[in-house]
Ligand binder design. Structure first.
Ligand code: 5GP
Ligand code: ZN
Length: 136
């Protein structure tokens, strides 16, 4: 994709701090890190969201997430690690080239306070499960 910022990075047209790459996947440091060591992992081919990305590339990405995630975790002496993947604006995806965030965490850091949890009745669970299974 000619206008995609991540495709430009992959092609080497825009500089980046590359951590790891192979035939299918590239990982580099996020330019606006949530915490030091915040990194991105993505397929080298352009796909917008998880829905379009072929299994082989998804598998390759998650494998690199583990490899780079462990390196980041050790390198910064983190006590936690988030692997996040946003799809569409409603879920805070702002670059439309699928990517995984590798975010090292420490107790009490400012990112993602414990999630506000809801609740669901047994009937609501059955209803959503029925709808979901119909889509599989
Ligand atoms: P999203 O919100 O789409 O899941 O995250 C996009 C991420 O890409 C953001 O964390 C942002 O800081 C990062 N980013 C955007 N443009 C660039 C860039 O040109 N270089 C690098 N290294 N990271 C970028
Ligand atoms: Zn792209």
């Amino acid at each position: 994709m000619s206008g995609c910022i991540f495709c430009k990075i992959i092609r080497g047209e825009i500089p980046s701090h590359r951590i790891y790459e192979d035939d299918l996947v590239l990982s580099f440091l996020d330019a606006n890190p949530i915490n030091p060591g915040h990194s991105l992992v993505m397929p080298k081919k352009h796909y917008t969201t998880i829905f379009e990305t072929p299994q082989e590339e998804l598998h390759a990405c998650i494998s690199v997430c583990r490899k780079v995630g462990e390196a980041v975790y050790r390198a910064v002496g983190a006590s936690g690690l988030n692997v996040l993947q946003n799809n569409f604006r409603s879920a805070c995806q702002f670059v439309d080239h699928i990517h995984f965030h590798i975010i090292p965490r420490r107790d009490g850091d400012s990112f993602l306070a414990p999630w506000l949890r809801g609740s669901a009745t047994a009937a609501e669970m059955e209803e959503i499960l029925k709808k979901l299974k119909a889509e599989l």
